[in-house]
Design a binder for this molecule. Structure first.
Ligand code: C2E
Ligand code: CA
Ligand code: CA
Ligand code: CA
Length: 275
């Protein structure tokens, strides 16, 4: 029999529908997680190299989809941005990070990641101030991490916003330094408290003299600018020694400590490893 008018789905078209369906599932799941508390924060220690002591923790968002299991923030954050959910998620991250910080030793700080869409929104400043006020914290114990990609959208607006945030006492870190565009002009034009040198530089420094030269020069540049230099992705004792040798201020990475989810809230004083 002739199937008049019935078009057979092209294989690519099928793949597209499948991708869209998956995406919608993630969006639905994120909506539920925002309402129902489906998120967790993992905390990864940051060590001060001079003293060897933990000086703070970076909060990293974790989400377990009811059917799909753990999904990486690199996957769901961009989807949350598109779906208009990032302000609500970001507010929760900031509030939750501060709630934990309130229970830690006063010499520690917490860093939260802020995406481009969050930085573009007026809500961020309110979320930051509310979180420190609610928990009776000094603003200087809360740091926001922004990437170079977040800076290029609307540079003038972003610069003004960062200045206001900094005037209120919050700290600002430039994340994944060296991987974006015009890294140097950002350092020249904006005030940061810390630069987090991307882990790709640390990874290659031990085996490649050119990477080592770039890493060393970046640390020197940071020092001249009066910015804290912070190496990411320190996975081995060799890499740690190298960071010390070139005079890096702070280190973070699996060799120092993995991101862990505190379960103390559930009455269990231990941690769950997440990666
Ligand atoms: P990021 O801010 O650069 O965070 C560092 C990432 O590297 C984390 O991945 C961390 O688990 C991982 N990492 C830490 N130490 C090492 C190491 O020694 N070796 C290697 N290979 N990896 C290491 P994670 O948690 O999957 O987060 C990925 C990205 O998702 C983050 O990159 C950040 O851009 C974003 N993200 C995470 N949490 C949040 C959040 O609350 N809000 C926003 N807007 N973005 C977030
Ligand atoms: Ca970060
Ligand atoms: Ca980073
Ligand atoms: Ca990153």
């Amino acid at each position: 029999a002739k199937r008049a008018g019935r078009r057979r789905a092209h294989p690519y078209e099928h793949a597209m529908t499948e991708a869209l369906r998956k995406r919608q599932e993630i969006v639905d799941g994120l909506h539920d997680a925002v309402k129902g508390g489906g998120f967790r924060l993992a905390f990864q220690p940051i060590a001060d190299l001079a003293s060897g002591i933990t000086c703070g923790y970076e909060a990293l968002l974790r989400w377990q989809h009811p059917e799909r299991g753990w999904i990486s923030p690199e996957v769901f954050i961009p989807i949350a941005e598109d779906a208009g959910l990032i302000d609500d998620i970001g507010r929760w991250v900031i509030a939750e990070a501060c709630r934990h910080l309130a229970g830690w030793s006063p010499h520690l700080y917490v860093a939260v990641n802020v995406s481009a869409a969050q930085l573009a929104s007026d809500a961020l400043l309110d979320h930051l101030t509310q979180a420190v006020m609610t928990n009776g914290l000094a603003a200087e114990r809360l740091e926001i991490e922004i990437t170079e990609t977040a800076l290029i959208r609307d540079p003038a607006k972003v610069a003004g916003r960062l200045e206001r945030i900094r005037k209120l006492g919050f700290k600002i870190a430039l994340d994944d330094f060296g991987t974006g565009q015009s890294s140097l002009s950002h350092l020249r034009d904006l005030c940061f408290d810390r630069i987090k040198i991307d882990r790709s530089f640390v990874l290659r420094a031990a085996s490649d003299p050119r990477s080592m030269a770039v890493l060393r020069a970046t640390v020197r540049l940071g020092r001249e600018l009066g910015v804290i230099t912070h190496a990411e992705g320190v996975e081995t004792s060799e890499q740690l020694a190298l960071c010390r040798e070139i005079g890096c201020d702070a280190v973070q990475g699996y060799h120092i400590g993995r991101p862990l989810i505190p379960l103390i809230d559930m009455g269990m004083p231990y941690y769950v490893q997440t990666d």
